[in-house]
Design a protein around this ligand. Structure first.
Ligand code: IMP
Ligand code: ZN
Length: 333
């Protein structure tokens, strides 16, 4: 089945992980022509049929390659627009894109400039497109408290311009989530929505970590893979929104087994709102339509069940009531 024409909501997409290989290649070609890069061609660095990045090879791909290639204003604008176009072309009608504010001193770009530039692209795109986008700012697990507080301050500074929440992401093997308590409390106090990468890998799934993260009162949680029973019960009782990513979990071997073994099957029965999401379509190569097709195929969902699944995400968006109403009109047509 092809679900491109199904109106879809994407709530868990990392900007830099959503850049297609072709888009990276175009940037590389321009830089190569101007003799501005010595990097390998993205099509060689990330071959077209290579999607099996695991947690050890995945995170360095950004620091070692993608961030080094996309290191100026023009590449930031070009990649952001390209990512927005790709989601729209795939039939996404509402997108919450997330990104870690990144200063690029070599190009004189501050974190503030970085966020402002992306928001300018988003606002132009929103004005001329049926897909609406909001932004979530990510705290990286390797950050210290002051960096995390800076992310919350940026979220507050830009909340009127389309920033709707903050996220905790990054290598699950790194950092102590207790570091960020003050940052999450600060965000909550100011009604900034919170989403958190949750129980993504065994190292980041100790009861201590998971209960700490729940104490930050997230509105949604992402991945939700290695969850002990008592934590599951709490999540169900709170009816937390769940961002579930199928292909990424399979390719990165974050779950045991394959598509049909994915924990979507378990969470589906719980009544928690589910937003099927791509995570990093540029790396794992499966767009949202394909994720829906995989769910239909491996969990035996018919067309109506797939439509209901897609609509279920409306209730858990960080966008406002007006946006929810717009989506209800589009998705219940
Ligand atoms: P950016 O925040 O737009 O630069 O997107 C890339 C960043 O997102 C990476 O450097 C990671 O920190 C984060 N990220 C992407 N995918 C994942 C994931 O599956 N788990 C945790 N962090 C992730
Ligand atoms: Zn993620």
């Amino acid at each position: 089945m092809d679900f491109r024409s199904l109106p879809k909501i994407e709530l868990h997409a990392h900007l830099s992980g959503s850049i297609s290989r072709d888009c990276l290649h175009n940037i590389w070609l321009q830089k190569k022509e101007r003799e501005e890069t010595t990097l390998e061609d993205p099509l060689i660095e990330m071959p077209a049929d290579e999607f099996d990045y695991d947690l050890d090879s995945f995170f360095p791909l950004f620091s070692r390659y993608i961030y080094v290639l996309c290191n100026d204003l023009s590449s930031l604008i070009y990649t952001t627009n390209s990512v927005l176009e790709d989601f729209q072309a795939d039939g996404v009608v509402y997108l919450e894109l997330r990104t870690t504010p990144r200063a690029i001193p070599s190009a004189n770009i501050t974190k503030h400039d970085y966020v402002q530039t992306i928001l300018d692209c988003v606002s132009k795109f929103n004005a001329s497109s049926s897909m609406k986008t909001n932004l979530i700012l990510s705290i990286d697990r390797r950050n210290d408290l002051s960096t995390a507080l800076e992310v919350v301050d940026l979220a507050l500074r830009f909340r009127g311009q389309g920033v709707v929440g903050i996220d905790l992401c990054g290598d699950p093997a790194v950092g102590d989530v207790a570091t960020f308590q003050q940052a999450f409390e600060h965000a909550k106090r100011h009604n900034i929505k919170i989403t958190i990468h949750f129980a993504e890998a065994p190292q980041s799934s100790t009861p201590k970590e998971l209960w700490k993260l729940l104490s930050y009162n997230p509105d949604r949680i992402g991945h939700v893979i290695n969850v002990p029973d008592d934590v599951k019960e709490e999540i169900v009782q709170r009816r937390l929104g769940l961002e579930l990513c199928l292909s990424c979990n399979v390719h990165a071997r974050m779950i045991t087994g394959t598509y049909s073994d994915h924990h979507f099957g378990w969470w589906r029965e719980t009544g928690c709102p589910i937003a099927l999401s791509t995570d990093d379509v540029g790396v794992f190569g499966s767009n949202l339509s394909n994720e829906y097709a995989l769910i239909a195929e491996h969990f035996g969902l018919d067309k109506k069940e797939i439509c209901d699944l897609a609509r279920g995400a409306i209730e858990t968006i960080f966008g406002n009531e007006k946006e929810k109403q717009r989506l209800r009109e589009i998705m219940w047509k």
